[in-house]
Design a protein around this ligand. Structure first.
Ligand code: ATP
Length: 283
């Protein structure tokens, strides 16, 4: 049953440039994921140091966790499999575990591949405590643990030199790491927890705004730093995205209006001309 695996296995378009701030996270990612992918030989004869296979992003909603997972896939040349916790759960006995197995086998075929488990807490809560009375949920957690451990044992037995033996990377995201089964956080599993927070300083908000508007034509009166300072402290990256998307739509509507007025007055105007240039102004 491959129906749960919705995302097409393509390398996402998101790059580091699309992400504002979070440069410390970028470094952690490079060290834990890109290095072993590019230099698998470093880890070949090391039994003590396990290659890291799972990163867990945690923090409030809308802070760029999904965006980061896509950028990791893109920058490491990996295809991307996205799985939302609740989508995977199936009430038929055995079906949810099979979904997990299918996802990992699909990822191995497509290696190098990033599997992104969004809302991981809904998929892998503390065993023995879920509301279904220790049924499906517990078996899903166990299956997930088995699959993650197998990624390591496969590496050892096949001794492949190709990056594909290292090629399945797991990234999880959750707003509630405290709800996760603690076995998931052991070495070789989601063993690197990275906090992804809202942009709390004006500099951080500036970085996010700059990333979000990097393909916009900004009017000269737009000063992103002023905008960043006047935002309330509690905004998330997703809120700033909303702001930029609204500003762009406003500018696009104005450009279309000008275009239509010109046509009415029998002036030449075409969508390819700069009359339709969408210039985003400060409001
Ligand atoms: P959730 O926990 O709700 O799944 P999330 O942390 O995965 O949220 P994303 O889906 O990555 O959040 O972010 C939502 C949108 O907000 C992104 O598509 C992007 O447009 C914008 N965004 C959030 N954080 C950043 C950032 N640091 N830089 C640029 N854009 C950002």
């Amino acid at each position: 049953n491959m129906s749960v695996v919705k995302s097409s296995l393509r390398v996402p378009k998101v790059t580091w440039e699309d992400i504002g701030g979070l440069s410390n996270v970028r470094e952690i990612v490079m060290e834990s994921i890109q290095l072993p992918l590019v230099h698998p030989e470093l880890y070949e004869n090391l039994s003590q140091v396990k290659r890291r296979s799972g990163l867990l992003f945690y923090g409030p909603p809308g802070t760029g966790k999904t965006l980061l997972a896509k950028a990791i896939a893109n920058e490491c040349g990996c295809s991307f499999l996205s799985v939302k916790g609740p989508e995977l759960m199936n009430m038929y006995v055995g079906e949810s575990e099979r979904n997990i197995r299918d996802i990992f086998s699909k990822a191995r075929e497509a290696a190098p591949c990033v599997i992104f488990f969004d809302e991981l807490d809904s998929l892998a809560p503390m065993r023995g405590q879920s509301s279904d009375g220790g049924g499906v949920m517990d078996r899903v957690v166990s299956q997930l643990l088995t699959e993650m451990d197998d990624l390591h044992s496969n590496n050892k037995t096949t001794k492949q030199k190709s990056p594909s033996s290292f090629g399945v990377i797991i990234v999880g995201a959750t707003n509630r790491p405290d709800l996760l089964d603690s076995a998931l956080l052991r070495p070789g599993r989601f063993d690197k927890l990275v906090y992804i927070g809202s942009p709390e300083t004006k500099e951080a908000r500036f970085e996010v705004l700059r990333a979000l508007t990097r393909n916009f034509v900004l009017s000269e009166d737009v000063d992103l730093m002023t905008l960043a300072s006047s935002c309330p402290k509690i905004v998330s990256g997703a809120d700033l995205y909303g702001l930029c998307a609204d500003a762009w739509l406003f500018a696009a509507k104005r450009a279309i209006r000008i275009h239509e007025q010109r046509l009415e007055h029998h002036q030449s105007s075409s969508f390819s001309e700069e009359t339709l240039q969408v210039v985003v102004c400060q409001q």
